[in-house]
Write a protein that binds this ligand. Structure first.
Ligand SMILES: NC(=O)c1ccc[n+]([C@@H]2O[C@H](COP(=O)([O-])OP(=O)(O)OC[C@H]3O[C@@H](n4cnc5c(N)ncnc54)[C@H](OP(=O)(O)O)[C@@H]3O)[C@@H](O)[C@H]2O)c1
Length: 313
């Protein structure tokens, strides 16, 4: 399996990361274990989670996803084979990026994950009420203490990311070595206009989320009526416009030409983007997982990429 350097972090990941927000939400513990087993058996290694997953499910408090991953890591003894990625800052009871909050949250995440270090620790969302310096100082301490190998920023604007990078350099603080932006064939503008050039210029690794636009890009929903009552309906609604339909139509055409599926083509396109290290996607069954893992083997032609970019422009 191909491994790609995650920016300058020294960490190497396979070109598809498993999205852990389904654990404790749309996937129960037994299926979660089966999905993780298959994922690593096939040579993939990156697993993305957060303290806040999956707090939006009635009866959950957050931490459910980390707990399932932690049980799996302990039972299978596979800690050294995987790149564990978690986040801080969005859980309702542990909001923000203050030093005190990060110090408490990291211990809770480590305990749930049954590990003594995280490979990548993300600021889940920018916190403009805490000085950047305070956040980057405490992240540096976590790295020096061996609790975190590298840090990342998710949902940051280009200007705030640049400010954090400059401050880290000037003061010798921890540098965000990885980005986690929203990016897929439909949601392109924000990432491509600002963060992507910055990531390439400064050699920052990029793992992008909602790679399948919450399932829209698999082509399984023919119209908006099909999403009614689905767990992801709230996120899916916006995609059913003329541009969304154009993208799906081109995905289906190219999938047929390549003897692949729309989901595989959508992910292969992301994997081929110069600023992207690996997309993050999730699956709720082994069948779905087998399909999306196949994207790592699919090489799109220049012509296919140009057509996808025209359809999604
Ligand atoms: N940093 C952030 O702020 C942030 C925000 C969101 C997500 N994330 C991360 O990114 C990850 C990816 O996002 P996501 O999982 O929400 O969305 P996604 O990858 O865009 O969509 C995945 C969903 O699509 C469906 N699907 C996947 N493969 C399929 C297939 N072959 N055929 C049919 N349906 C298929 C499944 O849902 P159904 O079976 O339910 O249809 C699956 O859970 C998350 O797990 C999380 O780790 C980060």
């Amino acid at each position: 399996m191909e491994r790609r350097p995650l920016g300058r972090s020294g960490i190497e990941i396979a070109p598809l990361v498993f999205g852990g927000n389904v654990f404790g939400w749309t996937v129960d513990e037994a299926t979660s274990f089966a999905l993780l087993d298959r994922f690593v058996e096939d040579g993939f290694n990156g697993i993305d989670t957060a303290d806040s997953y999956s707090a939006w499910v009635p009866g959950n408090q957050g931490g459910e996803s980390e707990t399932i991953i932690g049980k799996w890591l302990r039972q299978r003894g596979r800690r050294d084979d995987v790149v564990v990625i978690s986040k801080v800052g969005m859980l309702e009871s542990r909001k923000g990026l203050s030093a005190a909050n990060i110090l408490t949250s990291v211990e809770e995440s480590l305990r749930r994950l049954n590990t003594d270090y995280l490979d990548v620790y993300f600021a889940h969302i920018d916190d403009e009420t805490t000085p950047l310096e305070e956040t980057l100082e405490i992240f540096l301490r976590l790295i020096q203490d061996g609790k975190v190998r590298t840090i990342g920023a998710s949902n940051y604007s280009p200007s705030r990311l640049e400010a954090a990078m400059d401050l880290a350099e000037e003061r010798g603080l921890a540098r965000y070595e990885v980005l986690q932006p929203l990016y897929n064939l439909y949601d392109r503008a924000d990432f491509e206009s600002g963060l992507a050039p910055l990531a390439q210029e400064r050699n920052i690794g990029v793992i992008c989320y909602f790679a399948l636009a919450s399932g829209f890009l698999t082509g399984k929903y023919r119209s908006k009526d099909d999403i009614e009552g689905r767990a992801r309906a709230r996120m899916l609604g916006k995609y059913f416009d003329a541009r969304g339909m154009r993208i799906l139509s081109e995905l289906r055409t190219i999938a047929e030409e390549e003897s692949a599926t729309p989901a595989q083509v959508a992910l292969a396109w992301l994997i081929s983007r110069p600023a992207v290290t690996a997309p993050i996607a999730s699956a709720t069954s082994l069948e779905q997982l087998n399909e999306i893992l196949g994207s790592a083997q699919l090489q799109l032609s220049e012509d296919a990429r140009v057509r996808l970019e025209a359809a999604s422009a």
